[in-house]
Each structure stands twice: as structure tokens, then as C-alpha cells.
Design a binder for this molecule. Structure first.
Ligand code: FES
Length: 62
């Protein structure tokens, strides 16, 4: 089951994705992530779609 992705919803924070995945960005470029990826869930990251920690400053609840 090595190919099975694990997605964990971090309380008041990002989605933690463990496993290999490809992220297609709005400009069409594709980034390959091989281990752990944190995806922004609060909408305030300056590195979308990735989390940059801004959710803490924004006191994101969810
Ligand atoms: S969830 Fe971390 S910056 Fe949005």
C-alpha cells in the first residue's frame, strides 16, 4: 500500500499530505512532492497552495 496517500486535517491548520503526489499550479507547471506536503486550508498563505504558517497569525479556526 505504498501508493496510498495519507491526508490529515490539522486542527486550525493545513492539510498534511504524506506520500508522493503531483501538484498542478494555475500556470500549468507541475511540482512533484515526494514526502510530506502541507496544503493551505485557511486561504491566507502567500505560497498557495502550500501552507506558509500564516494561519497562526490569522487565528484560523477550522
Ligand atoms: S493553512 Fe497554513 S497558511 Fe493557510
Amino acid at each position: 500500500m505504498d501508493s496510498l496517500l495519507k491526508v490529515q486535517v490539522i486542527p486550525n491548520g493545513p492539510l498534511k499530505v504524506e506520500g508522493m503526489l503531483e501538484v498542478e499550479l494555475p500556470d500549468g507547471t507541475v511540482e512533484t512532492k515526494e514526502k510530506t506536503t502541507f496544503l493551505c486550508r485557511c486561504g491566507h498563505s502567500s505560497r498557495k497552495p502550500y501552507c506558509d504558517g500564516t494561519h497562526r497569525k490569522m487565528d484560523f479556526q477550522g
